[in-house]
Design a protein around this ligand. Structure first.
Ligand code: GDP
Ligand code: CA
Length: 331
């Protein structure tokens, strides 16, 4: 059995860890299951001369056992000696934290890229250390940068200018009004090797509770990927990242409002759309508090169910993954 997950950082990583926990428990499926994760690279950036891939690293560290659990990203037992030295030179982004252990990953990746290796190759090589028990694929080997068009000026930036997504997200906590998101470089980008095959050959495609706009939306924006999901022979099942009208952790609400989608479990599912109506979803899980959206979505052609969707720890997340497998069998 082959499962393909389209993931951003923290939400996608935690979900996939629960999925693997569920699948690896004895006798769950009785089959050998391989998991491929297509990861958003829209957040990637050059910082202090290093290539940083926030979502790939969050997935790799989470599945490889190196993540800072409380924070959800970065390395456990981290220190910041190098970053504080760089700050003394007044270089880089002081609000974007690069820990010492994390820096080693960026140094190795940058070295590989400078040797002419692709991001896919570099990711493979980094994963040889972390052994995530799943195949990690960047959405594209070409840089496709998520930029935010500002609706109002802030600091040195004028209204109408675009800034890197991470600057809007981390420096401004998504509080500066945005007019929209741009995928810089997307027109000439291709899905990374293996991405379209992983979707085409899958027995199940999962849209985990990742940010629907700046994580999953950016993956779907790479030419060919949205069509591949729509054409997949496998069921496509999504898990709502919105519980009771709010993003569970973080600021996804601001992203949704920017593209004119209400932050609700129903509106996000409608935004993805039913596959029967030229959309992406066969099935969708909402949290128990959003049970009211089940009949609405069923009427729209999306098989839906309400279940507890808080990823409190690995076992509760594994239970969510089990529900995904179960509902996928009913479509
Ligand atoms: P990022 O790239 O680190 O922002 O991570 P993702 O895009 O993969 O996921 C972020 C989203 O995960 C947030 O916007 C939340 O809506 C969602 N999320 C985080 N924790 C939970 C949880 O416990 N349950 C559910 N259903 N969604 C969650
Ligand atoms: Ca991200």
């Amino acid at each position: 059995m082959r499962i393909t997950v389209l993931a951003g950082g923290v939400g996608g990583a935690r979900f996939t860890r629960g999925l693997l926990h569920h699948l690896r428990a004895d006798g769950v499926t009785g089959k050998e299951v391989t998991v491929t994760i297509v990861v958003n690279t829209g957040d990637d950036l050059w910082l202090n001369g290093l290539r940083v891939c926030p979502d790939l690293d969050t997935v790799m560290y989470t599945l490889g056992g190196g993540i800072d659990e409380d924070q959800g990203w970065g390395r456990a037992d981290e220190s910041r000696r190098v970053a504080s030295e760089i700050e003394k030179y007044g270089r880089g982004w002081p609000w974007f934290l690069l820990g010492d252990l994390d820096l080693a990953t960026h140094v190795v990746r940058t070295d590989l890229l400078h040797q002419g290796r692709t991001l896919s190759d570099a990711t493979d090589l980094l994963c040889r250390r972390w052994r995530p028990d799943a195949r990690l694929l960047p959405m594209s080997d070409q840089p496709v940068e998520t930029r935010v068009r500002l609706a109002a000026g802030v600091d040195e930036h004028a209204a109408g200018e675009t800034i890197h997504f991470e600057e809007w997200w981390v420096r401004y906590r998504a509080r500066v009004p945005a007019a929209g998101f741009v995928q810089d470089g997307v027109a000439s980008a291709e899905p990374a090797p293996g991405v379209l095959e992983a979707i085409h050959d899958a027995d199940l495609v999962i849209l985990p509770p990742s940010n629907p706009v700046v994580s999953i939306g950016m993956i779907l924006g790479v030419p060919g990927i949205r069509d591949a999901v729509r054409a997949a022979s496998a069921p496509v099942v999504g898990v709502s990242p919105i519980i009771g009208g709010a993003a569970v952790r973080g600021m996804a609400g601001a992203c949704l409002r920017t593209i004119g989608v209400e932050p609700s479990a129903t509106a996000v599912a409608e935004h993805y759309g039913a596959r029967s109506a030229a959309g992406l979803l066969d099935a969708w899980l909402v949290d128990d508090v959003d049970a009211g959206s089940v009949p609405v979505l069923e009427a729209a052609g999306i098989r839906s169910a309400a279940r507890p969707l808080w990823m409190r720890d690995v076992p509760t997340t594994a239970a969510i993954a089990a529900e995904v497998l179960q509902i996928s069998a009913s479509v």
